[in-house]
Design a binder for this molecule. Structure first.
Ligand code: ASN
Length: 312
């Protein structure tokens, strides 16, 4: 957010954004509670975190790390591996709102959707199917929109933002289909053209996203949800790899250090990682979409924008 003298209308607009964020967070909590999820608290230090790669679209420079009592601990990039471990502990439906630190390249400030520290709503369900996750997200997004429309009429008017319920099911495409249609910039072009959110399946991604072994070639049982009107990516998720041999070979194939994931692999070997599916969506990106503001920095009270100096 701007730190110079602010006009009344800017102050009002910022307040409207914060109110819509507050309503969204309440409605996310209510939704997961009503759907029978258990809420876990986040952790921000662990010997393991989401490696965020090798995802061709990832632009994270390095993983944040600190040393404490002779142990190297990584800053959470996402709670994915802990979600899988928690499912293995017998927590069948869970969600966590967690801070994610992703040290992005400075050029990412131009996308409008990248912050190097943000909050992610991460959820996971034991033995869920992709369709179950899609339906859950459709219901959640429409429920948030309905609450915001109901409780923030004045704020939406001030922000000149029209929100409406989306028809479900949202369209589903494969990444290959969209790449054929729009070329390599398909994410941007498809989101700009869309009038409704849409799911895109099959992205080359991290070792924990399950490979579709029922068909020839490299296909993944994963998905992203995109916002319409050019608001870009909302959520990513997948059905997870849960068998020891598969996880191990995927980690090796990705050129990651097996030793780092030793304990995780041990759990998988002992049958403590189960089949699950889930996803995660950024709170700030959601609020940006709901409020229609241009840049994610307009949503963060304490902005964390790649390449910009942290003031406070
Ligand atoms: N939260 C995502 C998931 O559940 C992972 C991520 O944020 N990279 O798959």
């Amino acid at each position: 957010m701007q730190r110079m003298a602010k006009s009344i209308s800017l102050v009002e607009k910022e307040r409207a954004v914060r109110r819509i964020q507050t309503i969204s967070l309440k409605s996310i909590h209510d939704f997961f509670f009503e759907e029978g999820f258990e809420q876990l608290l986040p952790i921000i230090l662990s010997p393991i975190t989401d490696p965020l790669g090798p995802d061709p679209s990832s632009s994270v420079i390095k993983t944040g790390e600190i040393e404490y009592q002779g142990q190297k601990l990584q800053l959470t990039q996402s709670m994915i591996l802990h979600k899988q471990i928690a499912i293995g502990m017998g927590i069948d439906k869970l969600f966590i709102i967690s801070p994610n630190v992703r040290l992005e390249e400075a050029r990412q400030q131009e996308t409008g959707i990248h912050a190097f520290e943000f909050s992610q709503v991460d959820f996971e369900i034991k033995e869920a199917t992709m369709e179950e996750i899609f339906e859950l997200m459709e219901k959640l997004l429409n429920q948030i929109i309905s609450k915001v429309k109901q409780m923030a009429k004045e704020e939406l008017k001030l922000l000149e933002r029209d929100l409406f319920q989306f028809i479900t099911p949202f369209p589903r495409y494969t990444s290959h289909e969209l790449e054929n249609k729009y070329g390599s910039d398909w994410e941007k072009l498809a989101s700009e053209e869309a009038k409704t959110p849409f799911f895109v399946t099959c992205h080359k991604r991290e070792f924990y996203d399950k490979l579709d072994r029922s068909i020839e070639g490299e296909h993944y049982l994963n998905y992203d949800l995109y916002y319409p009107e050019g608001f870009l990516e909302a959520l990513s998720g997948a059905i997870r790899e849960h068998e020891y041999e598969h996880i191990r070979s995927r980690i090796e194939k990705d050129g990651l250090n097996i030793k780092t994931y030793e304990k995780f692999l041990e759990r998988a070997k002992n049958g403590k990682i189960h089949s699950s599916a889930g996803g995660g969506f950024g709170v700030e990106r959601l609020v940006r979409f709901l409020t229609g503001v241009d840049h994610i920095s307009e949503v963060q009270v304490f902005e964390r924008i790649p390449g910009r100096k942290v003031e406070v």
